[in-house]
Ligand binder design. Structure first.
Ligand code: 3PG
Length: 402
């Protein structure tokens, strides 16, 4: 983007593909991290006199307009963050008459947000021609493309992959920062390199574990995915989350960890209850603490226990590099937030370089009241950062490098 700025952007229509896919409670944004992350790029362009068109997806609407997934709240928040001088216009469609009118009404230095890209089926289509046709219409709105939606670079979608091929294209500040940080974990990692993985589904993490078994020194496992590991070790897990079909793969990974000298650390105790907590009322759940190899048949594990918290903190204490992705338990309920808090705190206490993978763990760090600036880096990409670490070619990065 510095190259673009030095060429001069006054009067140019610059399309910024951002990731404004923020969590919403109705129309209230519960974590605006992703919006704040794109401000430097939008501000630099607006200050340099560009006519900035910010575009993003939000949620997973079904290829047609759906008010529940409107970007209007995100546009309003972007306007607040940019400050008084830069009003943000909002177009109620993506490539229709509203978007055209809004964009042609922009003066130099002004910013517009267009409606959710996924309100058009062409955005996510698997059909190259359909995607290209939508990208053509988006290209008609702009002169230049800036990719800055790091959270979506793993998606082969029209605005991420096809559109940059149709316009002069540049990477924004956020993408440059994110890639710079993740490169440190893949190309030149300082050891010990400790990775903490949590979250509900082990299937989402298999590919990254596969890579990490040749890279990391220690892997700490928590969250719902831990129960498939415990089961693979031969323990009963009651009614905890379990992906039976993944047990053979998990067993193979445990063997490979041992062979490669990677320390794979599993919970030694867990918090259990007979039912999932009410996340709306947050009524006390009164969980019991049990050993990880003694989960009662009618109970479900919902967080790592106090001994595991201490164990994981000690395994993180001497790390030179830490990557953490996925909560350790149902942190949205106060009775099950301690495991996730303990890992976040251990990252803060670590003298090493700490990276929080996006998605739930980034939201957890902020909603649990930690100072986000105290971490080495909080990624805005959950799936994107995992796929980067898996070594995959990410369509949105490939298109920019092209
Ligand atoms: C994310 O939340 O990881 C990104 O915004 C991508 O969203 P998606 O998983 O719906 O493509």
């Amino acid at each position: 983007i510095d190259e673009l700025l030095s060429e001069g952007v006054t009067g140019k229509r610059v399309f910024v593909r951002a990731d404004l896919n923020v969590p919403l409670d109705g129309t209230t944004i519960t974590d605006d991290g992703r919006i704040r992350a794109v401000v430097p790029t939008v501000k630099a362009l607006a200050d340099a006199g560009a006519r900035v068109i910010v575009a993003s997806h939000l949620g997973r609407p079904k290829g047609a307009p759906d008010p529940a997934f409107s970007l209007a709240p995100a546009a309003a928040r972007l306007g607040e963050l940019l400050g008084e001088g830069t009003g943000v216009a909002f177009a109620e469609d993506t490539v229709g008459t509203a978007a055209e009118a809004t964009v042609s009404g922009l003066s130099d230095g002004q910013v517009a947000v267009i409606e959710n890209l996924r309100f058009n089926a062409g955005e996510t289509s698997k059909d190259d021609t359909e995607r290209a046709a939508f990208a053509d219409r988006l290209a008609g709105l702009a002169d230049v493309y800036v990719g800055d939606g790091f959270g979506a670079v793993h998606r082969k979608h029209a605005s991420v992959y096809d559109l940059p091929k149709k316009l002069p294209h540049y990477a924004g500040y956020l993408i440059a920062t994110e890639v710079g940080v993740l490169k440190k974990l893949t190309d030149d990692v300082q050891r010990p390199y400790v990775v903490a993985l949590g979250g509900a589904k082990v299937s989402d993490k298999l590919a990254v574990i596969d890579q990490l078994l040749g890279k990391a020194d220690r892997l700490l496992i928590g969250g719902g995915m831990a129960y498939t590991f415990l089961k693979a070790q031969g323990h009963e897990v009651g009614i905890s989350l379990l992906q039976e079909d993944q047990i053979p793969t998990v067993k193979e990974y445990m063997e490979r960890a041992e062979k490669n000298g990677v320390e794979l650390v599993l919970p030694v105790d867990v918090l259990v209850a007979s039912e999932f907590p009410d996340l709306k009322t947050k009524a006390p759940a009164n969980p019991a603490t049990v050993a990880a190899d003694a989960i009662p048949a009618d109970q479900e594990g919902l967080d790592i226990g106090p001994e595991t918290r201490k164990l994981y903190a000690s395994k993180l204490a001497d790390a030179a590099t830490v990557f953490w992705n996925g909560p350790m338990g149902v942190f949205e309920h106060p009775d099950y937030a301690e495991g996730t808090k303990a890992v976040a705190q251990a990252l803060l206490d670590s003298p090493g370089f700490t990276v929080v993978g996006g998605g739930d763990s980034a939201a957890a760090v902020r909603t649990l009241g930690f100072d986000e600036n105290a971490f080495g880096h909080i990624s805005t990409g959950g799936g994107a950062s995992l796929e980067y670490l898996e070594g995959k070619t990410l369509p949105g990065l490939a298109a920019l490098e092209d």
